[in-house]
Structures are given as structure tokens and as C-alpha cells.
Write a protein that binds this ligand. Structure first.
Ligand code: F0G
Length: 372
């Protein structure tokens, strides 16, 4: 297959930003950057052969500066906020958005307010948001209710919203898809048949689709080459899956949601109007996975050296399920999106494995425990 990207600027030309390298598809030439993007596409030979597909790669977005894909959207969103003269930036968050906004907003010298659902956000993410200098507010509410409040504040002109309801965030996130295509051609020799991703507010699904549509419109990609966008949600928070499986035009808001994958504990996905066509028009699908399946997939990835937070592992859990049911064929080349790093949620990580053993400090005792 011919390589169609040879005229793109190199990564080095853009001070190491894998996002601004694609400035031709972004609203500005450059923005506040912490060298986001350009994340690795990992092989996972054991999972690939166990699941039984021709090729599997993990696009590890946890390798971004603040440990999640949000940085790709934030570098663009904060640039737009600067252009508009916004002084106070805000988001509701299950954690990663708040960490990313805190880092990029502070770097831009702007005030950052984050609203978090109290008791429902992983420790690493709260620590990041506060250390990067955001004002962190914990509300006795779920994520969707926090977002309702941020939206009202924005309507009153008090804050500029940087949740994925902000379309400029999605412009930056399109670059995940561009990188996947480029890396796939270089490293696997063909484009993926399918991209499997965890879905919460459905921003990524919408962004991938927009990016691919633009490539098709520009003639760089054939419509039949667009990967099937395949959405995975946790059983306890699955309005997108419900809408896809029942053929609804709109998602129904789930008033109460629950999953150990706290990043995707979302009942009212604001990007659903864009994400439902993304899934349907690419001939993708949407399914749920249980928390048990998510945590098992997190361990499997960890055993291949890839540390991800629970929500990220939903993609691999979903792949496994869709392969068993025959929806994903063995000839396929699949990319699973890993959205955030393991270190975001140390509690979830340590609960999945045996606790460290207390051992007296001498060689014999240490040896006895090793051999046990
Ligand atoms: N994976 C992780 C690790 C996330 O943090 C999120 C969203 C998603 C997947 C879902 O992505 O919303 O584009 O479908 N986290 C948001 C936050 C909601 O506040 O950090 P999506």
C-alpha cells in the first residue's frame, strides 16, 4: 500500500507535539503544548494469540504528559480559550479531564476550576488537579450533575467550559485517529479494520469519526478504509450501548450509574448525537462488559508490561467478548485504545492483585517466602 503521509511535517518540527504536527486539521498553528500525542502503538502477542485475531495493537494514550488522551484535546481547547480572552476555565470530571485542564490551564496562566463527584474520582487524578494549581471542588453529585452545574455557570458567562462538549477539544482528539492510521501503515503494513474504545461522554468516538470523515473528504482515505468504531461501556453505565442495541435516535439519560471503572461512570453522554452516527456509519458496534471482565483485562495488559487504568482495559475486555461471539473475525487487525495510565488509580491497581507480603529482614526468611 502506498504511504500517503509523506508531506506531513515531522514530529521534531513541532517541538515534540504529536498533536500540533497535524495543524492542517486544527483551528490554529500552535498552542500551549507539553509535548502531547505521539503515543506508542504496542504489540501484545499473548493477548493477540489468546483472543485469536490476526493483529492486535494497543494505542497507549496513558503515555501523554498528564497520563491520558485528554491532553490532545486540552492543548487545542486552551488555545481557543486564550483567543477568546477567557480568564476562568472549568470542567466537570471523572478525573482525567480535571488533571489535564489543570496542567494546560495553569501553564497558560489561567484560573482553573474543576467540579468532581465526591468520593468517585481516583486518587491520582485529584492529586494532579490540585498540584497543577486548580481549585478543586467536590460535589455531592454524580458526574452528569456536576456537568449540569458547569453548563449553567457557562451560560451565565462565569466560566469557559473545557469538557468534551467543547468542540475544540474534539479537534485535538482527532489526532489519535491520524496517528493510528500512520503508525499502522508503518508498523503493521495496513490500516486497522476496527478501533475498539472505552466510552463515557463519547467524545473520542465522535472525534475519531470526524477525523476520518475529513480524511475521506480530502481524498487521503477511502471510505471503505475507515476503521469500524466499536464502543465499550461498563454494564452499570451504558446509555450508548442501550441506544445502539435498541436502535434509538437519542440516548436516554441513566440517572444512576455504577462501575469500578470510575472514568466512564457516566449516564448522560453529551457527545451521543455525534457518537451514534460514528458507530453506525462505520459499521461498528457497542457492547457492555462487567467490572470483573474489565479488571481481568487490566491484569492481562499489565502482564504484557502495559499499565492502564480500569476504564482503559474495557476496550480489551470488549474485544475478547466480541471475538468470542464471532462479531470480530479472526482475519481482523484491531486497535484497542488504552485511554489512561495505571498510576491514575493506584487503589484499583492494588486491589486486583495479592497485597505485598510482610517479611522479616533476613536472607533466610526472604528466601523462604520466595520459594513458597
Ligand atoms: N477512558 C478514560 C480513562 C477517561 O478518563 C474517559 C473520560 C474515557 C475513557 C471516556 O472518554 O468521554 O471521550 O467517551 N473521562 C472524562 C473525564 C469524562 O472527566 O476525565 P469519552
Amino acid at each position: 500500500m502506498e504511504v500517503r503521509y509523506e508531506n506531513l511535517p515531522t514530529f521534531e518540527d513541532f517541538s515534540g507535539s504529536g498533536v500540533w504536527r497535524y495543524k492542517a486539521s486544527l483551528p490554529f498553528e500552535m498552542g500551549i503544548s507539553i509535548k502531547e500525542g505521539n503515543t506508542p502503538l504496542y504489540t501484545v502477542p499473548r493477548i493477540e494469540s489468546d483472543v485469536g485475531i490476526e493483529a492486535l495493537r494497543i494505542k497507549h494514550e496513558g503515555m501523554n504528559p498528564t497520563g491520558s488522551f485528554k491532553d490532545r484535546g486540552m492543548t487545542v481547547g486552551v488555545r481557543v480559550a486564550q483567543e477568546l480572552g477567557a480568564k476562568r476555565l472549568a470542567c466537570a470530571s471523572t478525573g482525567n479531564t480535571s488533571a489535564s485542564l489543570a496542567a494546560y490551564g495553569s501553564r497558560a496562566g489561567l484560573e482553573v476550576i474543576v467540579l468532581l463527584p465526591a468520593g468517585q474520582v481516583a486518587l491520582g487524578k485529584i492529586a494532579q488537579a490540585s498540584l497543577h494549581g486548580a481549585k478543586v471542588l467536590q460535589l455531592d453529585a454524580n458526574f452528569d450533575e456536576c456537568l449540569d452545574i458547569v453548563t449553567m455557570l457557562a451560560e451565565e458567562g462565569e466560566v469557559y467550559v473545557l469538557n468534551s462538549v467543547n468542540p475544540f477539544r474534539l479537534e485535538g482528539q482527532k489526532t489519535i485517529g491520524f496517528e493510528i492510521l500512520e503508525q499502522s501503515l508503518e508498523e503493521v503494513g495496513r490500516y486497522p479494520d476496527r478501533i475498539v474504545l472505552p466510552v463515557g461522554n463519547a467524545g473520542n468516538a465522535a472525534a475519531l469519526y470526524k477525523g476520518f470523515r475529513e480524511l475521506v473528504a480530502s481524498g487521503a482515505l477511502k471510505v471503505e478504509e475507515v476503521p469500524k468504531i466499536t464502543a465499550i461501556q461498563a454494564e452499570g453505565a451504558a446509555p450508548i450501548v442501550e441506544a445502539i442495541q435498541n436502535g434509538y435516535d437519542k440516548v436516554q439519560r441513566w440517572p444512576s450509574v455504577e462501575t469500578r471503572a470510575t472514568a466512564i461512570r457516566i449516564g448522560n453522554p453529551v457527545n451521543a448525537p455525534k457518537a451514534l452516527p460514528a458507530i453506525r456509519n462505520t459499521r461498528g458496534t457497542a457492547i457492555t462488559v462487567s467490572d470483573k471482565e474489565i479488571l481481568a483485562a487490566q491484569c492481562e495488559l499489565a502482564e504484557e508490561g502495559i499499565g492502564v487504568e480500569p476504564a482503559s482495559a474495557a476496550s480489551v475486555a470488549g474485544l475478547r467478548k466480541l471475538r468470542s461471539s464471532g462479531v470480530i473475525k479472526k482475519e481482523e487487525y484491531v486497535v484497542c485504545l488504552a485511554t489512561g495510565t495505571l498510576l491514575k488509580d493506584p487503589d484499583a491497581a492494588s486491589l486486583s492483585r495479592e497485597a505485598p507480603k510482610e517479611v522479616p529482614a533476613n536472607v533466610e526468611e526472604v528466601m523462604r517466602v520466595i520459594l513458597n
